[in-house]
Design a protein. Structure first.
Length: 417
C-alpha cells in the first residue's frame, strides 16, 4: 500500500493523550475518514513500533482489537507503509505521525491534505489569541493550512474584556450542533465532558413547561481522576492556585472547581437567567463520573391539589426524550448501577431513575403582606415550590465525551463538503 495523502479525506488530530487516542479509535469504528494525520510535536519512544504500541494499548479500555471487535478474537490489520516518515495503516486507513512542530502554526496540515483538525492537547483554548502568539494558539492550526479546528475542551478567553469572535462557536452534539455554519464558523469548541452530560440532562427540563420555571440550580460532578492531577503529592508550580490538585489522586477525595455551568450558558442560553452553581469532586477511579443535579422549580398543583412535578413526572419526561428527540444520546436506567457499569457506555448521560427525588413545599404569603403591596382583595396564598434531585452517569473519557466529539466531527466534515 502506498500513501496517497492529497486524494484522501484525512482528519488531523493534535495529541495522543486520553481524548486524542480514543478519538482516533472511535473514528476507526465510525469509518467516515480515509485516514488520520496525528501531530505529536515530539519524538516518542525508540521507533515507530513504540507509537503503534501507544495507539494499540489502553489500561482502561483494553487494546484496539478488543475495542473494535470485542471478545471475538479478531485482530485489526496493520501495515507499515513508510517507516522513515512514520506512516502505517490500520484496517486500510492511513495513519501518519508528525513529530517536528508543537506550535500549531508550524504544523504542516495543508501539506498533508488535512482540512479539519481536532486539537486534543488541552493547551490552546483561547479563540481570541492570534495565530502567531508566542507559544502557540488555537488559530495556528488555520495558519498551518487547516480550514476548521475543533477544540476538545471549553474555550477559555484570558482577557475578560474580550468577546467571543464571530467565527467561533461552542457546540455539543445533540444539543446545538446544527448551529454550525460552514461559511462562518472556523474555530469550534466541543465543550467539556461534564458540560456535555449536563446539557443533555438539562435540555428536557428547560423544554418542558412544567419544569422550565427553574428558580435555582446547582450541580456537583463526582469526577474521575485526570492527568492534571498528581500521582503522589507534589510541589506546586509557580502561580498554582488550587493546591489540592498537587495532592495524590490515589489517596484522596479532592474538591475542585469546574467550568461546566459557565460553558452550559453558551450551549443552552436559556440557562443564563438561572444562575447555575457548579463544583467538582475528584475521586480515585480511572473513568466514569456522576452528576448530582439539584433544582428548585416554581411548580403547580393538579386538580387534586398534588404537585404536578414529582419523581414519576421527571422520570417519564426523561423516558420520552430517551425514546424521542434525545434517542441514542440520553438513557434512563432503573437498575442499581455503579460507576464501572458505564465505562465505555455509549450515551451522553444516563439518568439513574431509581434515585430521582422530589419534594414540594410552599411559600406562604399572608393577607397583610398582600395589603402592603397594595393589591385588591388580599388573602393568604401558598406558592408551590418543588426541589428535585437528579443523578446522571457519564463516561467522561470515551462513552459520553469522545462519542459526542466524534459525531460532532463527522457532522462538521459532512457540512464542509
Amino acid at each position: 500500500m502506498k500513501s496517497d495523502i492529497l486524494n484522501k479525506n484525512l482528519l488531523g488530530i493534535g495529541s495522543l493523550g486520553r481524548i486524542g487516542k480514543l478519538n482516533l479509535w472511535k473514528q476507526l469504528l465510525l469509518d467516515h475518514f480515509d485516514g488520520f494525520v496525528i501531530n505529536l510535536g515530539r519524538e516518542v519512544g525508540k521507533n515507530l513500533e513504540a507509537i503503534i504500541h501507544t495507539i494499540d494499548t489502553d489500561s482502561t479500555f483494553g487494546n484496539l482489537s478488543h475495542f473494535l471487535y470485542g471478545h471475538t478474537g479478531k485482530k485489526y490489520e496493520l501495515e507499515i507503509i513508510d517507516r522513515d516518515n512514520f506512516e502505517f495503516s490500520i484496517n486500510g486507513k492511513l495513519v501518519k505521525i508528525l513529530t517536528k512542530a508543537r506550535n500549531p502554526k508550524d504544523i504542516p496540515w495543508g501539506e498533508n491534505g488535512v482540512r479539519l483538525v481536532v486539537d486534543c492537547t488541552g493547551v490552546f483554548a483561547d479563540p481570541t489569541a492570534e495565530a502567531d502568539k508566542a507559544g502557540g494558539a488555537l488559530r495556528g492550526h488555520l495558519a498551518g493550512g487547516a480550514e476548521k479546528v475543533i477544540l476538545s475542551a471549553p474555550f477559555k478567553i484570558k482577557d475578560s474584556s474580550a468577546k467571543m469572535p464571530e467565527d467561533s462557536i461552542m457546540l455539543v452534539y445533540g444539543i446545538n450542533h446544527t448551529d454550525f455554519n460552514k461559511s462562518k464558523h472556523h474555530v469550534i469548541s466541543a465543550a467539556s465532558c461534564t458540560t456535555t452530560a449536563l446539557a443533555h440532562m438539562m435540555k428536557p427540563l428547560i423544554e418542558t413547561s412544567e419544569t422550565s420555571e427553574i428558580m435555582t440550580a446547582s450541580m456537583s460532578t463526582i469526577h474521575a481522576a485526570t492527568n492534571t492531577q498528581s500521582i503522589l503529592d507534589s510541589t506546586p508550580k509557580a502561580g498554582t492556585g488550587d493546591l489540592r490538585k498537587t495532592r495524590s489522586f490515589l489517596n484522596n477525595i479532592i474538591i475542585t472547581s469546574t467550568g461546566a455551568a459557565k460553558a452550559l450558558e453558551k450551549i443552552l442560553p436559556e440557562i443564563q437567567r438561572v444562575g447555575f452553581m457548579a463544583d467538582s469532586v475528584r475521586v480515585p477511579v480511572n473513568t466514569s463520573s456522576l452528576i448530582t443535579l439539584n433544582l428548585t422549580i416554581a411548580s403547580r398543583l393538579d386538580n387534586t391539589g398534588e404537585p404536578v412535578v414529582n419523581r414519576a413526572f421527571i422520570n417519564d419526561l426523561y423516558t420520552r426524550y430517551a425514546d424521542g428527540p434525545s434517542k441514542d444520546l440520553l438513557v434512563i436506567s432503573h437498575r442499581q448501577n455503579v460507576s464501572a457499569d458505564f465505562i465505555g457506555y455509549d450515551a451522553a448521560a444516563v439518568i439513574e431513575g431509581a434515585e430521582t427525588h422530589t419534594r414540594t413545599g410552599f411559600i406562604d404569603i399572608t393577607a397583610d403582606t398582600m395589603k402592603k403591596l397594595g393589591l385588591k382583595d388580599p388573602h393568604d396564598i401558598q406558592i408551590p415550590v418543588t426541589h428535585a434531585k437528579i443523578f446522571g452517569w457519564y463516561d467522561n473519557e470515551y462513552g459520553s465525551y469522545v462519542n459526542c466529539l466524534s459525531r460532532l466531527t463527522v457532522h462538521i466534515d459532512k457540512s464542509m463538503r
